[in-house]
Design a protein around this ligand. Sequence first.
Ligand code: ZN
Ligand code: ZN
Length: 362
Amino acid sequence: MRFGAAVLRSYEDPFTVEEVRLDAGPAEGEVLVRIAGCGMCRTDLAVRRSAGRSPLPAVLGHEGAGVVVETGGPETGLSPGDHVVLGFDSCGHCRGCLGGNPAYCDRFAALNLFGGRPEHAGRFTDAAGGALAPRWFGQSSFAAYAMVQARNAVRVDPSLPLELLGPLGCGFLTGAGAVLNSFGAGPGDTVAVFGAGAVGLAAVMAATAAGAVAVAVDRHPERLAFAEKLNAVPVHAASAGLPDRIRRLTDGGAQYALDTTGSGRLINDALRALRPLGHLGLVARLHTALALEPGTLDRGRRISHICEGDAVPGLLVPRLTGLWRAGLFPFDQLIRTYPLSDINEAERDCEAGLVVKPVLIP
Ligand SMILES: [Zn+2]
Ligand SMILES: [Zn+2]
C-alpha cells in the first residue's frame, strides 16, 4: 500500500512529506493502524543530534493514535475499528518485560531507536523503492498509517478524542508515570518539577490529581504561568537561593523531585530541595558527566533515572484517560494540532518553546 509520511533524510535537512510504501499486510501478531494524530516528542527531535546513531532515512513519530484497519490474526486481541494509542516497543521475554517493566526491556534501545526487528527490514520503502529505516519506536507514526506489534497498541474508549491521545503513549506517560508509578505520590506529598515542558507539565497534572502539591521550576515566564494554571506553585529557575525557596514552599523540602532538563546545576539544586529520604528522578538524557556537589545525597536522598514513567502503557494509559474524564488531567490544554504537511513549522515552534506539545494530523 502507498500513503503519505514525513521522511527525515538527513540530520540537517527539514522533513519531506512524501509517498511511502508498505509491502504487505500485517504479519502474525501485527496490526495496521490508520493514524488519527501523532505527537512530536523531544526524542524525535533529538535524532538530529544523534548524527549517525539512529539510521536514516526514517519516518519518525512515536506518539501515534489511530484506528485498527487490519489485524494479523485473533491472537492480537484487537479488531478492525478498535481505537488504539501506540506505545514503545519491548520484547516480552526478558527479565524486565517479565517483571512488568517493559521500559527496561533488554532490547529497548535496539527495538525503539535502532530498528532492531530484522523481520521489518525492507518492508518499508519510499516511492522509488529505496529502503527506509525499520519502525521508529515500533511505529513510525508521522504518517497516514503505521504497522505495529499488537503488543505496542493500547485499546481506548472510542468516545475519547482519538487524534489528541497519542502523547499519552510517551511524553505525558513519562511525566505522569514518574509521579504516579516511580514516586507513588499521594495526598500530603510535595513534588518539585524542574522544566515545565510536556513531560514536566504532565508530572504537575499527575501530582495534583494524586492530591500532592506541585512546585514547577522553569526559566520561561509563559510556561510558569501555564504550570500555575495547572495548580502548581511557580518558581523561576534563576531565583536566588532556589533550593531554599523550594524547601520553604514545601515545609522543609520536597519528598520528590523530577528533573526533565538534564542540567547539572538544576539537578544539584533539585537534590538540595529534597527532604531527607527524598527521591529525585531524572528523565532527560545526560550529555555530559554529572558532578554532584558534596552533601547533596546525604541523609538517605536518592537519585534514579526513570524511563517511560516506569509504565506498562496498557495500565497507565486508561488510568490517564480516566483522570482526564474526571477533569484531573487536562492534557488536551497542552496540545496544538498541525497538519502533517506543516511538520517543519511544528518542529520550529517546539524548539522555540512556542508550543508545549504539537500533534500532527495526517
Ligand atoms: Zn524485554
Ligand atoms: Zn517520546
